[in-house]
Design a protein around this ligand. Structure first.
Ligand code: NDP
Length: 402
């Protein structure tokens, strides 16, 4: 039915490649391109060994340069590009898609390299250009952002007349046995969590110090874990598209050991993203740190435990107060056995493949730039469990989020 170009050969790229290769009826041709071609070749070889079938083609691309991506698109003529490189490349890859009239999907919103600031304004500014070109961009189709918005869209469509309080709760209850490691790209991860926090309350953003708000949250099959309020990008689009929401917050678990390491990293200046002169060369401390930390892609072996991510929502249905909780738990070990990647890469890669599949099947259609909550949640949730991420919902239970 179609051809897909995947850009980025990290943990998430690996999962997307495996999942696309499991759906050859839709993804007839798969091309995996990244900055380091040998990482693409390794993934292609692993897919071939495990699943057989037609070999994934690989290519080298520096996606910071649209002309390089355009060249690959012109060579292979994909129907959609799945961008699982880094958020820095989003706009350059969107430019290449515009130039070639190719659909686009990513899992994280654009961030400029020189400033740890994520907001949708840059990508929303492409709305008219994508519309005019007659193509679709699906933004943030991983787990969070991604499935959390599909979950919220399901709540709005099937469970509430008005949603008032939304808490997105993200727990990694896994243990990789390392003193300190991040579950996805360390540079992006540390930039995200060391920022000031922010949540939506009564029509405006309320800023917090990093890690200022802590709550013990009970996660299914994991138990109570210390969770901290963070700003997360999907809050911006969710409060825009569901204006009845009075309060929207995002919580993520961190262990004491992790927070201690993070404090030290910050205190000694290793989280800095401004250039520092070292032996006659400019280096960015956080990029250097990334080079010495464990590669998130290598964490899968011996990674035990589960992730649990979901949405806890309170609102009104038929004039009565209602609570609703929808979530997925994902086992690191099962993810690793299937794809060679740990659960955080898996929970991101499965939705990216599924979103792209729905676009190719024309179950998600439209011209312009879309956040996933603007698209129909039903065909997505019909398949999410079957493709590896079973979800569960509970109605009128105690949310534990007051
Ligand atoms: P990794 O760092 O493991 O992989 C990133 C890949 O992108 C690497 O192969 C890297 O190449 C490649 N890359 C970097 N720069 C370029 C470039 N200029 N041109 C081409 N390729 C490039 O990251 P992850 O796989 O962990 O994460 C991938 C994306 O997924 C990130 O954007 C991350 O923010 C997002 N994510 C989203 C989540 C969600 O739930 N929505 C959760 C987790 C991640 P090289 O090997 O040469 O460095």
């Amino acid at each position: 039915m179609g051809t897909v170009l995947i850009i980025g050969a990290g943990g998430v790229g690996r999962v997307v490649a495996f999942k696309c290769a499991q759906h050859r009826d839709v993804f007839k041709e798969i091309i995996l391109a990244s900055r380091t071609k040998k990482k693409c070749d390794k993934i292609a070889a692993d897919v071939k060994e495990k699943l057989g079938g037609k070999k994934i083609k690989t290519a080298k691309v520096d996606a910071d340069f649209p002309e390089q991506t355009i060249k690959i698109i012109e060579k292979y003529n994909p129907d959609i590009v799945i961008n699982v490189a880094l958020p820095y490349q989003d706009l350059a890859i969107m430019d290449a898609c515009l130039a070639t009239k190719t659909h686009y999907l990513d899992t994280a919103n654009y961030e400029p390299k020189e400033e740890a600031k994520f907001e949708y304004s840059w990508q929303w500014a492409y709305q008219n250009k994508f519309k005019k070109a007659g193509i679709m961009a699906v933004l943030g189709c991983g787990f969070d952002p991604g499935v959390t918005q599909v979950f919220t869209a399901r709540a709005a469509k099937h469970h509430f007349d008005e949603m008032h309080y939304l808490d997105i709760v993200d727990c990694n209850g896994g243990d990789h046995g390392k003193a300190f490691a991040t579950n996805f790209n360390p540079e992006i991860n540390i930039r995200e969590i060391t920022q000031r926090g922010k949540y939506w309350q009564d029509g405006q953003w309320v800023e917090t110090e990093p890690f200022e708000h802590k709550k013990m949250i009970d996660y299914p099959n994991i138990g109570k874990r210390a969770s901290y309020l963070l700003y997360h990008e999907e809050l911006e689009s969710l409060v825009k598209h569901f204006p009845t929401i009075k309060r929207a917050r995002f919580w993520m678990t961190f262990g004491e050991e992790y927070l201690t390491h993070l404090r030290v990293i910050q205190n000694i200046g290793m989280a800095r993203i401004d250039p520092v002169r070292f032996k006659g060369k400019d280096i960015i401390p956080l990029q250097f740190l990334k080079a010495v930390l464990p590669d998130p892609g290598s964490l899968g072996d011996n990674y035990s435990g589960e992730t649990s991510i979901g949405c806890r929502i309170k609102g009104i249905k038929d004039g009565k107060e209602k609570t609703y909780y929808i979530y997925n738990n994902c086992s690191h070990q099962k993810a690793f056995e299937e794809t060679g990647a740990q659960g955080v890469s898996y929970t991101t890669g499965v939705p990216a493949m599924l979103g792209a599949k729905l676009v190719l099947e024309k179950k998600w259609t439209g011209k312009g730039v879309f956040n996933v909550e603007q698209l129909d949640p039903d065909p997505f949730l019909d398949k999410l469990g079957e493709y590896g991420l079973a979800w569960h919902e509970k109605v009128n239970v105690k949310l534990g989020m007051d």
